[in-house]
Write a protein that binds this ligand. Structure first.
Ligand SMILES: *Cc1c(COP(=O)(O)O)cnc(C)c1O
Length: 377
């Protein structure tokens, strides 16, 4: 029995090998490796793709979030609201600015921040909110944007899992004051190493991020503000330029696989992903939920099907963030979600046959559960 991985980056490389090898050779021959023509070209192309006027390449998605926050004026003494059900990077980036993360609960169906919980968490110290478009599902932006404008809070979208996702007729990343993307290899648009970008329509924020990524230099060797070293390199930019041309097609394929999963798993007791009708989901992950998730995961593993849990421990219950003062019971939807979610294999090259095999195994499990023949693990 062959194994079905959760993601297969080799298949993607094979499908674009000649274009990719050509881009890499072009960069190597040019002999310029940091903040050169490839990065500038990628920044132009990625900004155009997102429908914004500026994109600034940086070294990671975490840095992109940190710089977007700093450029929006966030710092020590401020509070930044986000979901606890996210990659820890979202919260780490807030802490890197000196601000205090305020973690709120999610909508248990969409897995994105609950707008009512956000509104209730706002205080006089709140400076920004980071809605996370988790798993590729756009967050509920309309009430968030409206309320944020009213109380004068900056909105920074975490788009690390949602390259190409759409709300109304706009790409995510173009809705808030600024947005952060990650190009970690497994993301929908992934480099062959680390990378990230801030996108924005605000020229002041864009300029500030450009300074922050390179020692605060406006002019070489003269720091006008205190900055960092967080640059996207030429090789990664060249790789990303090739992959950007394929992104929409790859997202379409993800959606086709997701639709097949939805069709084959509908009518069962599983929780299935859903999104608002005026949005386009890009299925970075295809996430189901079940009260016997751990048994289901073990059953699939036995059948050669690999799955992951995004995320097993909510940030507000992680040891490093104990200082924030949350405890078990603080965020009930988040805590139940962490116990029940399971990410199934999902990548553009995933075949229909593999999706069918995954679903058959899940249906077998559900039947066995009904007849109580699956031993508890
Ligand atoms: C991947 C990810 C990040 C961080 O990106 P890195 O490039 O790994 O630093 C931030 N937020 C979310 C939701 C992510 O999935």
């Amino acid at each position: 029995m062959n194994e079905i991985p959760i993601i297969d980056l080799n298949k993607q490389y094979e499908s674009i090998r000649s274009e990719m090898d050509e881009a890499i050779e072009r960069v190597l021959k040019k002999g310029s490796f940091i903040l050169g023509e490839e990065v500038s070209a990628f920044e132009r192309e990625f900004a155009a793709y997102c429908g914004v006027s500026h994109a600034i390449g940086v070294a990671s998605g975490t840095d992109a979030l940190q710089f977007a926050l700093l450029a929006c004026g966030v710092g020590a003494g401020d509070e930044v609201i986000t979901a606890s059900h996210t990659a820890v990077a979202t919260v780490a980036a807030i802490e890197m600015t000196g601000a205090r993360p305020v973690l709120v609960d999610i909508d248990p169906v969409r897995y994105t921040i609950d707008p009512d919980q956000f509104m209730q968490a706002v205080t006089a110290r709140t400076r920004a909110i980071i809605p996370v478009h988790l798993y590729g599902c756009p967050a509920e932006m309309t009430p968030i944007l409206e309320f944020a404008r009213k109380v004068n809070i900056q909105v920074i979208e975490d788009c690390a899992q949602a390259h190409g996702a759409i709300i109304w007729d706009r790409k995510v990343g173009s809705l808030g004051d600024a947005a952060a993307f990650s190009f970690y290899p497994t993301k929908n648009l992934g480099a062959f190493g680390d990378g990230g970008a801030v996108v924005t329509n605000n020229p002041v924020i864009a300029e500030k991020v450009r300074l922050l990524r390179q020692y605060g230099w406006k002019e070489r060797y003269v720091s006008s503000i205190k900055g960092f070293n967080s640059r996207l390199d030429e090789l990664q930019a060249g790789i990303l330029r090739v992959k950007l041309r394929h992104l929409d097609k790859w997202n379409d394929r993800r959606r086709m696989a997701a639709n097949l999963y939805l069709e084959l798993l509908s009518g069962t007791e599983l929780g299935l992903p859903s999104h608002a009708p005026d949005t386009l989901h890009v299925f970075h992950q295809f996430v189901i939920r079940h009260s016997r998730r751990d048994d289901l995961q073990a059953y699939l593993k036995k059948n050669g099907i690999h799955t992951l849990i995004h995320y097993p421990v909510p940030v507000h219950l992680q040891p490093a963030y104990a200082n924030l003062g949350y405890s078990l019971g603080s965020l009930p939807n988040t805590e139940l979600t962490a116990r029940e979610v399971l990410s199934l294999p999902m990548y553009p090259e995933l075949s229909n046959e593999d999706v069918e095999r995954v679903c058959r195994s899940i249906l077998d499990f559900l039947t066995d559960v009904i007849y109580h023949t699956v031993p508890k693990v």
